[in-house]
Design a protein around this ligand. Structure first.
Ligand code: ADP
Ligand code: MG
Length: 340
């Protein structure tokens, strides 16, 4: 688009008028978030033990939704880093090829030198394309392609499955297998491979779900997202993925009380899926996206951050805890329980 604009009179150096995302990020000022009441954070962070990993590793989990903009990438980043904080090794794959942005949410965009395209072209090794997070070295990001670069013809589910197999095989080479034996910097076979799925149900979706054994379905409590989520559930089941859990994102208790929004229980009833978590609408999510600093790393933790952490626990232990709606309700205490 920029090159076509260059031909217009008086538009000689348009590029310089478009600041880079990193530049924009630095030009924003972020006042420190107001500390939340201590009782709120203490009550939820009392799990001072490490959750027990259940199921075969690596757990290959696709984060999907059908509808766009409901929080897949936000969930992948926050659950991924929560898992890493809990001591599990995680590789997050950004399979949203056309509109990649997981790197931005993680603040890793300047460190992506190689992608899967270069691996497939024989220009780099797998470990060169894995971007290790400096905050949590057992978290690594893998992008499929660079923005605006073309995917090799025929890239699809088979290629992604080959990559997942290559990640598993890392354990054989380094002698490690995830937390059950990998080095603490995550260079062995990971415990979790999270795949951030694109919106829609076309080729990109099929590619992203192919190597997965389980799915986390993200929905918001509105009719359009629910219809898409229901359709996606059917497609996942057709593909043999039976382990599907859902996260209800952007929940507003004030609207639920005013009967302007479906409750989490309503959503659960409609989709008939086990609940992994309920994430409240939280302006800190947008702030953290713009900073490239996932909100589960915030100190003190925010409401949505706590809810993501809780969802990560439930993912590890496969339903060993009750889902808790994290909400601020200063007069009557802080939590309302449901589900489970
Ligand atoms: P997707 O990957 O499904 O397209 P994103 O994770 O990119 O969706 O989220 C879309 C937008 O919604 C982002 O701007 C993000 O900051 C915002 N968002 C996601 N979850 C929440 C939340 N719980 N509260 C407030 N904003 C949210
Ligand atoms: Mg996304």
């Amino acid at each position: 688009m920029l090159s076509s604009l260059h031909h217009l009179p008086g538009t000689t150096n348009l590029k310089s008028h478009f600041p880079s995302i990193t530049h924009l990020r630095h030009s924003l000022t972020f006042p420190k978030p107001k500390p939340k009441p201590k009782t709120l954070t203490k009550s939820l962070l009392q799990w001072n033990r490490k959750p027990q990993l259940s199921g075969e590793t690596p757990r290959v989990v696709v984060v999907t939704s059908g509808k766009g903009g409901v929080g897949k990438t936000t969930t992948t980043a926050n659950i991924g880093l929560s898992l890493a904080r809990l001591g599990f090794s995680v590789v997050a794959i950004d399979a949203d090829v056309g509109l990649r942005n997981l790197d931005l949410l993680l603040g890793l965009e300047n460190r992506v030198n190689y992608t899967v395209v270069e691996i497939l072209n024989g220009e780099c090794r797998l470990d060169q394309a894995l971007v290790r997070d400096k905050r949590w070295s057992n978290f690594e990001l893998l992008c499929i392609s660079k923005p605006r670069s073309k995917l090799p013809i025929g890239f699809g589910g088979k290629a992604l499955t080959w990559l997942v197999e290559a990640l598993k095989a890392r354990g054989d080479k380094t002698g490690g297998t995830g937390t059950n034996g990998s080095s603490s910097n995550g260079s062995g076979c990971p415990d979790f491979i999270l795949i951030d799925c694109p919106a829609g149900i076309d080729a990109g979706f099929i590619t992203a779900i192919t190597p997965a054994n389980e799915a986390v379905l993200i929905t918001t409590p509105d009719i359009t997202a629910l219809r898409d989520a229901d359709r996606v559930t059917g497609l996942l089941e057709c593909d043999g993925i039976r382990d599907i859990k859902m996260i209800v994102n952007r929940v507003r208790t004030d609207m639920i009380k005013g009967e302007d929004m479906m409750s989490v229980l309503d959503v659960q009833e409609m989709l008939g899926l086990p609940l992994l978590g309920a994430i409240p609408e939280d302006s800190e999510v947008i702030r953290s996206t713009n900073r490239g600093y996932p909100l589960v790393l915030n100190k003190p933790p925010t409401l949505a951050g706590l809810a993501f952490e809780q969802a990560a626990w439930r993912l590890v232990e496969q339903d060993s805890m009750q889902a808790v709606m994290v909400e601020e309700e200063p007069k009557r205490g802080f939590f309302s329980f449901f589900g489970g």
